[in-house]
Design a protein around this ligand. Structure first.
Ligand code: GLU
Length: 470
């Protein structure tokens, strides 16, 4: 049974890199019918907050990365860590260290000045249990010679020299355990088979391997994902734009589009770009995870989002776009809106909107009572020249009983033929009268969505404007 976990530290929102790690864990679990566990690594009490825990969970839920167990919290498990620390102390695999931060800093500087490695010099280790017991921090005895090989599913074999490994602190003098220790204890207790995480933790892995060994546990498999970079090839950060997952929600991205984008940042399956969730689960494996870092490309994400909007069922977009209509002030919060009609309106626009924000804004002229005219468009198309055409459109529309795109087309055709003009010469003024601008979906569809009443009202208004009555 494959068991994987996502183990965020709640010291910030769920960001793009974290989400990608969570996603790869999720996909690996689902592909193998395994279990995906969520563990909150909140031992750093000064930097972890409840608010960030909630934010991470919200981000995971938005991306629909459902976990099977958890969320566990490390702060609930201090007794467990304590018992493992005691075990190691008893077996002589860890020791108390009473060196003060000042002493450590002083010796670190001296070592650096002598060109030596600045790691802990082993002073308290050498006291052979004669040092202060039950006081100070607890350090883990790392092997001092030989090599440790991390056999990584993505990186292959990575060799570390043991003399570079520090006797790391596993429990601080205030009794709180530290990351490299808690992560091992939890991965053992939670029966994790594959540790999938960012390769910023690769250097921690040999240390963790020795802790597994000291505790007498089997070592899981490791897969370290290359970091995500910004366009300038430095590690992705706020400088490159929004990095928090929920910022993309606010900008009108679809969660599935972001998931699709994130998975392609480091994984490929032939030339395919757009995947359903089922396809991702079916095809995901580490064989196709690249060793090199992916570069975050906001334009590509935007393109992918537009693809997802295009292929979405308009009925589904209804629910997604409503909050954006509300926040743009196009409808009031909680206002009733005919969902069937909205779906029809969306259908005419989804080819053109790259985000839900754009989609909401483009729906404005359908929903609002009044049109906001673009001044240039108004001057150019609502004038004496177009007046007779608009009048004839109005008369034609009044005479038809079936207000459908098909019937409307007939009305327009007869006017165009009568005057020997191009369809555009007629459609553009009508378009400005209906939408306020010169760009919109096909004019017959627009009219059909607007409905007879609104269409006639807007034609009247345009005619009044031309006559200077408005
Ligand atoms: N809590 C660690 C982090 O947020 C992850 C540790 C791990 O996956 O082993 O970077």
């Amino acid at each position: 049974m494959i068991r994987v976990r996502f183990a965020p530290s709640p010291t910030g929102h769920l960001h793009i890199g974290g989400a990608r790690t969570a996603l790869f864990n999720y996909l690996y679990a689902r592909h193998n019918n395994g279990k995906f566990i969520l563990r909150i690594e909140d031992t750093d009490r000064t930097r972890s907050t409840e608010e960030y825990i909630e934010a991470i969970i919200k981000g995971m839920k938005w991306l629909k990365l459902e976990w099977d167990e958890g969320p566990f919290r490390q702060t609930d498990r201090f007794d467990v860590y304590r018992s493992y620390v005691d075990k190691l102390l008893k077996e002589g695999k860890a020791y108390y260290c009473c060196c003060t931060p000042e002493e450590l800093e002083q010796r670190r500087k001296e070592a650096l000045a002598q060109g030596k490695s600045p790691k802990y010099d082993g002073r308290c280790r050498n006291l052979q249990g004669q040092g202060a017991k039950g006081q100070g921090a607890v350090r883990f005895k790392m092997p001092q010679e030989g090599q440790t090989v991390v056999d990584d599913l993505i990186r292959g074999k990575v060799v570390f020299e043991n003399d570079q490994l520090d006797d790391l602190i596993i429990m601080r003098s205030d009794g709180t355990p530290t990351y490299n220790f808690t992560v091992v204890v939890d991965d053992v207790d939670m029966k994790i088979t594959h540790v999938i995480r960012g390769d910023d933790h690769l250097n921690n892995t040999p240390k963790q391997i020795h802790i597994y060994k000291a505790l007498g546990y089997e070592i899981p498999l490791f897969a370290h994902l290359p970091m995500i970079l910004g366009s300038d090839k430095t590690r992705l950060s706020k400088r490159h734009g929004a990095t928090s997952v929920m910022a993309y929600q606010e900008m009108g991205y679809l969660p599935d589009a972001l998931v699709n984008y994130l998975v392609r940042l480091g994984w490929s399956c032939g030339d395919q770009e757009v995947f359903t969730r089922e396809e991702l689960i079916k095809h995901f494996s580490f064989e196709n995870v690249g060793k090199s870092s992916g570069v975050f490309n906001p334009e590509k994400l935007l393109w992918l989002n537009s693809q997802y909007i295009i292929k979405s069922n308009p009925d589904e977009l209804v629910g997604l776009v409503i909050p954006f209509l509300e926040s743009a002030g196009i409808i009031r919060k909680g206002q009733d809106i005919d969902r069937k009609w909205l779906s029809k309106a969306i259908k005419t626009l989804q080819e053109r909107a790259k985000t839900l924000v754009e989609l909401a804004n483009s729906l404005r002229y359908y929903i609002a009572e009044d049109v906001q005219y673009d001044e240039k468009a108004k001057t150019k198309f609502l004038n004496e020249k177009s007046m007779p055409y608009l009048k004839e459109v109005k008369e034609g529309i009044e005479s038809i009983s079936d207000f459908s795109a098909l019937e409307l087309e007939k009305v327009f055709k007869s006017i165009v033929e009568k005057h020997g003009i191009k369809l555009g010469a007629l459609a553009q003024p009508v378009r400005v009268a209906m939408t306020g601008g010169t760009e919109s979906p096909g004019i017959f569809e627009v009219l059909e969505v607007l409905g007879k009443e609104k269409t006639l009202r807007r034609l009247d208004k345009a005619l009044k404007i031309i006559k200077g009555e408005n």
